[in-house]
Design a protein around this ligand. Structure first.
Ligand SMILES: [Zn+2]
Length: 409
């Protein structure tokens, strides 16, 4: 494999170039991989995704490092033949985006160092997000925002970005932000009066080209602060999305965009209060309903030490409502509540008894659930269950009621 001359090392703004095809191989999935004597295409590496573009009539969809310091251009369409002279064209909007994110990362990372002595341990760039893991003690919104403010100052200073090729000895004398693992000649990126950092990526000519940098959010990850940020065009696109979301939320409350969070918090608080009031009202209603059902049952049975059995099926009552009523009934003397409901296409059961009533609700529930072809159980004084045979709900309740009455006789 040959060594490919990297044109992007000396000119990151070069988008068109002529080159000769050195070899054409096949990737494992059968696509053509073209090696050139020189290239302006940046291959995936150093946390930065590759460039895309065109090679003659073919489309460059991927670009990777290969053995022997070669760059492979994975193409779709008709691949050029070995020895052919081809014109390469790098997709500029994508390259500019990568340069903005990448140079923005250098600046933001150095801002964390300058302000807090906090080193960046890793960097990742994907199609829609950039992350740095910063060794920042006591991370907070304020500390992150201060670093972002400093980074933007550097950007708006429009400082020159220089690329140096240095020997390891020369590198040792530079105030490098991080050490390089590479041997031999080293590529060092200087941001005038601010940062020296070894890097093989593509960078802006001056910091102004980065436009701006924003932090979307941060979180703790593996003892570090993981800061998600966006620079340049991405920051503007992110603003557009965030603004659209904020305005959509504000419209729901008929308030200004910046009042939306407060309006949402207010609504949530109101909702909590309503929930509390609703629960209180439901308790009251359950007690009243329980009294009525209990007295009705008492007039037809009970007395002489016999349990007052309330066996009843309801339509569309949820589990919580059923439980509430069962508890209210069980708080009355010598009562047994055998309640069922059809809810969401399934049969539900709650059996409860007061402390002074006899009967094993768990055993009754198991039997009833067998009838409903479902499952359930619980304690001697409280059991719950259900099943899919909604058509046998009345049958299951009747059987349970008969069993209780039999036991009480
Ligand atoms: Zn870099």
């Amino acid at each position: 494999m040959n060594t490919t001359e990297r044109l992007y090392y000396s000119d990151s703004h070069l988008v068109e170039f002529d080159a000769r095809v050195v070899s054409v191989s096949r990737t494992t999935d059968g696509r053509a991989a073209v090696a050139l004597d020189r290239t302006a295409f940046y291959p995936t590496g150093g946390g930065q995704p590759c460039d895309t573009g065109a090679l003659g009539a073919a489309r460059v969809v991927d670009c990777v490092e290969a053995d022997g310091d070669a760059v492979l251009h994975v193409v779709e369409g008709e691949a050029p033949g070995v020895g052919a002279e081809v014109r390469g064209r790098v997709d500029w909007p994508r390259r500019l985006d990568h340069m903005q994110q990448h140079t923005g990362q250098h600046i933001l990372s150095q801002a964390f160092v300058e302000l807090y002595g906090a080193q960046t341990r890793s960097f990742r760039m994907t199609e829609d997000a950039c992350e740095i893991d910063v060794d920042l003690t006591e991370p907070s919104d304020e500390r992150v925002e201060r670093a972002v403010r400093r980074a933007n100052e550097i950007i708006w200073d429009d400082r020159t970005v220089r690329v140096h090729s240095v020997t390891p000895d020369e590198a040792a004398r530079l105030p490098l932000r991080k050490d390089s693992a590479r041997e031999g000649e080293l590529r060092v990126i200087e941001i005038e009066g601010f940062d020296f950092s070894p890097c093989g990526g593509t960078h802006a000519r001056s910091t102004g080209e980065v436009g701006c940098v924003v932090a979307r959010h941060w979180e703790r990850a593996k003892g570090l602060a993981r800061v998600t940020f966006a620079a340049g065009g991405r920051a503007v696109a992110d603003y557009r999305r965030a603004n659209r979301t904020a305005r959509a939320v504000a419209a729901l409350f008929s308030v200004g965009r910046d009042e939306a969070a407060e309006a949402a918090a207010r609504l949530q608080e109101e909702n909590k209060q309503l929930q509390r009031r609703l629960r209180a009202a439901e308790e009251t209603a359950a007690r009243a309903e329980a009294r009525e059902l209990y007295e009705e049952a008492l007039s037809s049975e009970g007395g002489d030490g016999q349990a007052v059995v309330v066996a009843r099926a309801f339509e569309g009552r949820d589990a919580e409502g059923l439980r509430r009523l069962a508890f209210a009934l069980a708080s009355r003397p010598n009562a047994v509540a055998l309640l069922g409901a059809v809810d969401g296409g399934a049969a539900r059961l709650v059996f409860a008894r007061s402390a002074d009533a006899r009967g094993d609700m768990n055993a009754l529930m198991r039997e009833a659930c067998a009838t409903l072809e479902g499952r359930g159980g619980g304690r001697p004084d409280l059991a719950q269950g259900g099943g899919r045979r909604t058509d046998r709900l009345a049958e299951a309740l009747d059987a349970a009621a008969a069993a209780v009455r039999g036991e009480n006789h």
